[in-house]
Design a protein. Structure first.
Length: 571
C-alpha cells in the first residue's frame, strides 16, 4: 500500500487538493486561507507546497492530503486512499482482482436496487401517502432516494436477475437470503419503507427498512446484514448530506431514526445525523468527532430514549467531546415535534443542557431531600466529572454543579480527586508539582505550542516586530521550562511554521497579530495557574500546613490581579 500512497502524493499536490475545497491565497512561498475546520475571521490556515502539508495556527489542524481528505469527507484512511486514488488515476492493487470485482458488483447491485425501490414507491399509493402524512415533502423523498419494498418474497430478486445479477452477487450485497432447506433465495426487505444508507462520500452501502405497522410486520427497523462495506455500528444516516453543515456550525445533532433526520433536514436543521434505529456506538462518535468537536443529542423523549441519550453522551464525554442533551417536550420524538411545531423543536435544541447539568437536573427532579441528593451526586455526577481531562473545564463544571446543588465546590473537588485517584487518573498536587501535573493532563494546547515556536525562532535569530521573550515574561520559570521541554522535539518544524506564518504579513499586521496571540495565551496560562494553585491550596489545607496555605493564597491573589489587568488590556 505504501507504493500507492507515494504514487498518489507524486501525482496530487497539496495545493490542488486543498484548493478543491477552499479558496487559497498566495502568501510568499505558501498559501493562506480561513481554516475549514473552525470559524475564524483572520486567516490562520496555511498550506506549504514545499512540504506538501497544511497547518492551522487557530485550531492546530495539520497533515497531508490524506488527513485533509479524511477530515473534509469524514472518511477513514482507507476511504481517503480510495478517494484520492481515483482522483490521481492510481489503482489500489492490494485487493485481489476477484475480490475487487465482487465488491464493485455488489455496490452496483445496491445502486440498481435503489432504483427498483424508488420506482416501487411511486407505484404504490399507500407507502407514499404514509410518508406524506408523516410530514415529508416530495422534494425530501426524492432528495434522500426513499423507496418501497413491495410485499412478496422475490420481487427484487426477479428484477435484479433480469438486470444480469447472479444470486451470489445479490447475497454478497445483502439483498437476498437463502432458506435453511436450500430453497430459492428470497428478498431481505419486504413490505417496508426503504432508506438507502450511504458512506460519507454518498456511496450506497446498505439499506434500512421501516415497517409501516410493526405489529403486523415486525421488527420496526430492519437493516442490511453486515458486509465488507457495511457495518450498522459505524454508518450514520445522512452524514453525506450533513457533514458540510456540521463543519460550518461546528457541532452535530444526533437523532435516533430516519424520520427524525428527514424532518430535521427538511426544516433547515441540516447538521443532523441519525443512528438509524441502532444504539449509538463509539465508532459513531469517533466519526462525528473528526468533523466537529461538539455534539448535541436529541433522542426520543420516552424512557428508552433518555437512557440511550445518556449512554451516547457518556461515550462522547469519555472521548473528550463537548456534549449537550436536548429535552423534548410532551414525550415526543424529533419528527413528531417538528411536524407539530418546528419552532418548539428549535427552542428545545437552543435550550439543550451540558450533559452533566442535564443529569443533575434529572436527579433534582426526582429527589427532594438534601441527603439523598448528595448521595445521588456522589454516585452519578462524580464519575462523569472525573472523565473531564481538562482541569479548567472540570473546575468550571464543578462550580456550576455546586451552585445548583448547594454543595460546596471544595467537597465536590475532593470527591472527584478521590475518584480519579482510585481509577488511576488522579495526581497529588503540591505547589511545585501542580503546574507539571496540569500540563501533563491537559489536552493539546495550540496557543502554548505557538508560543514555543516563537521562543525557538527568536532564539534562532528570527526578528519579530516585538520582543518575544519580554512579551512572555508573565511565564514563571517552571512554566517556561515545561513548555520548552515539551516542544523541543518539534523545534525545527515550529520555527519553520512561525517564520512562514508571520513572514507574509506586513510588520504592522504581524505586530497586531502577535500582540493578540500573546494576550490570549497569557489569559489561558493565568486561568490554568489559578486552577493549579487552587488545587495546591486544597492540599495544603488538608495537611493543615498553615504557612504553605498562606503562601499559596498570596500567589492566588497576585495571579488574580494579573489576570484582571490582562482582561482590561484585552478589552
Amino acid at each position: 500500500m505504501s507504493r500507492e500512497v507515494e504514487q498518489i502524493k507524486d501525482r496530487l499536490d497539496i495545493v490542488s487538493v486543498v484548493g478543491g475545497y477552499i479558496e487559497l491565497h498566495k502568501a510568499g512561498a505558501n498559501y493562506k486561507a480561513n481554516c475549514p475546520f473552525h470559524h475564524e475571521k483572520t486567516p490562520s490556515f496555511f498550506v506549504s507546497p514545499s512540504r506538501n502539508s497544511y497547518y492551522c495556527f487557530g485550531c492546530g489542524a495539520k497533515g497531508d492530503i490524506f488527513t485533509f481528505t479524511e477530515e473534509m469527507e469524514g472518511l477513514d484512511f482507507r476511504g481517503a486512499l480510495e478517494h484520492l486514488a481515483q482522483k490521481a488515476g492510481v489503482e489500489i492493487t492490494k485487493v485481489s482482482p476477484k475480490a475487487r470485482e465482487e465488491s464493485d458488483r455488489a455496490l452496483l447491485a445496491l445502486q440498481e436496487a435503489t432504483l427498483f425501490y424508488t420506482d416501487e414507491l411511486k407505484k404504490n399509493k399507500e407507502p407514499h401517502e404514509y410518508l406524506l402524512k408523516r410530514g415529508l415533502t416530495e422534494e425530501t423523498i426524492e432528495k434522500f432516494s426513499l423507496g418501497f419494498a413491495p410485499p412478496g418474497w422475490r420481487n427484487l430478486r426477479e428484477y435484479m436477475v433480469s438486470k444480469g445479477f447472479t444470486d451470489e452477487e445479490l447475497s454478497y450485497a445483502g439483498l437476498t437470503k437463502r432458506g435453511e432447506k436450500g430453497n430459492e433465495p428470497y428478498d431481505v426487505f419486504r413490505e417496508r419503507i426503504i432508506f438507502p444508507l450511504t458512506e460519507s462520500s454518498g456511496r450506497i452501502v446498505g439499506f434500512s427498512g421501516r415497517s409501516m405497522d410493526e405489529e403486523v410486520n415486525p421488527p420496526k427497523y430492519l437493516n442490511s446484514p453486515d458486509s465488507v462495506f457495511f457495518n450498522k455500528g459505524e454508518i450514520l444516516y445522512g452524514l453525506d448530506k450533513a457533514k458540510h453543515s456540521i463543519r460550518e456550525k461546528n457541532f452535530s445533532i444526533l437523532v435516533e431514526g430516519q424520520m427524525d433526520l428527514l424532518m430535521s433536514h427538511q426544516s433547515g436543521i441540516t447538521n443532523t445525523v441519525a443512528a438509524s434505529g441502532t444504539a449509538v456506538t463509539p465508532a459513531h462518535i469517533e466519526r462525528l468527532k473528526k468533523i466537529a468537536p461538539r455534539i448535541l443529542i436529541s433522542l426520543d423523549a420516552d424512557g428508552a430514549g433518555v437512557k440511550a441519550a445518556l449512554r451516547a453522551a457518556t461515550i462522547a464525554l469519555e472521548k473528550g467531546i463537548e456534549v449537550k442533551i436536548a429535552t423534548l417536550v410532551g414525550g415526543k420524538d424529533p419528527a413528531d415535534l417538528i411536524l407539530k411545531n418546528t419552532d418548539d423543536y428549535k427552542n428545545a435544541l437552543r435550550g439543550a443542557l451540558p450533559f452533566i447539568e442535564f443529569v443533575l437536573q434529572m436527579i433534582m427532579k426526582e429527589v427532594k431531600d438534601e441527603r439523598t441528593l448528595a448521595k445521588r451526586i456522589e454516585k452519578e455526577i462524580i464519575p462523569l466529572l472525573a472523565m473531564i481531562e481538562s482541569a479548567v473545564e472540570r473546575a468550571q463544571t464543578i462550580k456550576t454543579i455546586s451552585a445548583k446543588s448547594k454543595i460546596s465546590d471544595k467537597a465536590i473537588e475532593e470527591d472527584v480527586a478521590r475518584y480519579r485517584r482510585t481509577k488511576g487518573k488522579a495526581s497529588t498536587y503540591t505547589t511545585s508539582e501542580s503546574v507539571k501535573a496540569t500540563s501533563k493532563q491537559e489536552p493539546f494546547n495550540q496557543m502554548e505550542r505557538h508560543a514555543a515556536g516563537l521562543l525557538f525562532a527568536e532564539e534562532a535569530g528570527t526578528e519579530f516586530p516585538i520582543k518575544i521573550s519580554e512579551s512572555l515574561s508573565f511565564l514563571n520559570d517552571l512554566e517556561r521550562n515545561a513548555i520548552i521541554l515539551r516542544y523541543k522535539p518539534e523545534q525545527e518544524n515550529l520555527v519553520f511554521e512561525v517564520e512562514n506564518y508571520y513572514g507574509a504579513d506586513s510588520p504592522e499586521r504581524a505586530r497586531q497579530t502577535l500582540e493578540e496571540v500573546i494576550l490570549n495565551f497569557k489569559e489561558d496560562c493565568l486561568k490554568k495557574r489559578l486552577v493549579a494553585l487552587t488545587s495546591a491550596l486544597s492540599r495544603a489545607e488538608d495537611l493543615k500546613d498553615t504557612a504553605k496555605a498562606k503562601e499559596i493564597l498570596k500567589m492566588i491573589q497576585d495571579t488574580s490581579d494579573e489576570r484582571e489587568q490582562s482582561l482590561k488590556t484585552k478589552k
